[in-house]
Each structure stands twice: as C-alpha cells, then as structure tokens.
Ligand binder design. Structure first.
Ligand SMILES: [Zn+2]
Ligand SMILES: [Zn+2]
Length: 147
C-alpha cells in the first residue's frame, strides 16, 4: 500500500451507478426539472431547474410524490421581494430557514421572516427598523404603465 492510497476517496456508492429510470426523468421534466444524476445515496437525486439552470439536491420521494422547489429560484424570489421594498437580502439565517438578514435603506441590518417580507412586498405590512425606527413599506407605483 502506497502513501497515496490513504488519500483516495471511498468507493462510489453502488446506488450512484444504477441507471436512473426513465419515468423518474419524465416526472422530473413534467415538474420543471432535469434529473441530472443520483446523489450520495439511493434516495437522493440531483435536479437541474429549467427556470434558472442551477442544480439542487432533492429526494426521490419529493420528486415522485410532491413538487420539488428550486432553492435557487426561491432565494431569487426573496431577493426580488426585498428589492421591491428597498431592502437587500444579505444572507439567510443559518439557524432558521424561514428567516433572513436584510439591509435597509437606513443601513441597519434586520432579521425578518421571508414570508413577512413577501407581505410587505404585497403592500400588506410596513416594517420598522428597531434601531433607528424608520419605517419601510412598498413604494406606491407612480405610473401604472411602469416596468
Ligand atoms: Zn431554479
Ligand atoms: Zn435603521
């Protein structure tokens, strides 16, 4: 055994080498994804989103029994929600997948639920910065023909 043998990665799990059944591919396409390859075990699959072209790891049963959601598209939507009310999504809260940190126009960073930002984007709520107490709400559209 040579020294380099200690560093080689473990053998590829058997499941990864099993061909992906055609009906999985078909189901994935019908739900807006391409099934590119298997994941680390036989329950995991990698899905490429037809909308943004990026890949994420999912599970076979999520694909077959539910509708997989592209985390990249979701994050993109959060960013757009934030931008539409003058906030910048800084990063997700590593401790709570429903929360993110945002920078407001006042420069302060606030932690909010993604769903709450979405409601502000829809004009249902205003938001107040705890530090300087400035309030953001969705700016009123100036012209209906905008965009
Ligand atoms: Zn996507
Ligand atoms: Zn502030």
């Amino acid at each position: 055994m040579t020294q380099s043998d200690h560093n080689i990665s473990p053998a590829v799990p058997l499941a990864v080498t099993i061909p992906i059944p055609a009906h999985w591919q078909k189901t994935a396409r019908g739900k807006g994804f391409s099934l590119t390859r298997r994941g680390a075990d036989r329950y995991q699959i990698m899905l490429e989103c037809h909308h943004c072209g990026r890949e994420h790891r999912s599970k076979r049963n999520v694909l077959m029994d539910h509708t997989p959601l592209c985390p990249h598209c979701i994050e993109q939507r959060w960013r757009e929600d934030a931008r539409s009310v003058g906030l910048e999504l800084l990063h997700r809260d590593p401790d709570d997948h429903r929360h993110g940190f945002y920078r407001a126009a006042c420069g302060h960073s606030v932690r909010r639920q993604f769903g709450r930002i979405r409601q502000i984007a829809r004009g249902k709520h205003a938001l107040r910065c705890e530090i300087c107490h400035c309030v953001w709400e969705k700016p009123r559209p100036r012209s209906p023909a905008g965009n």
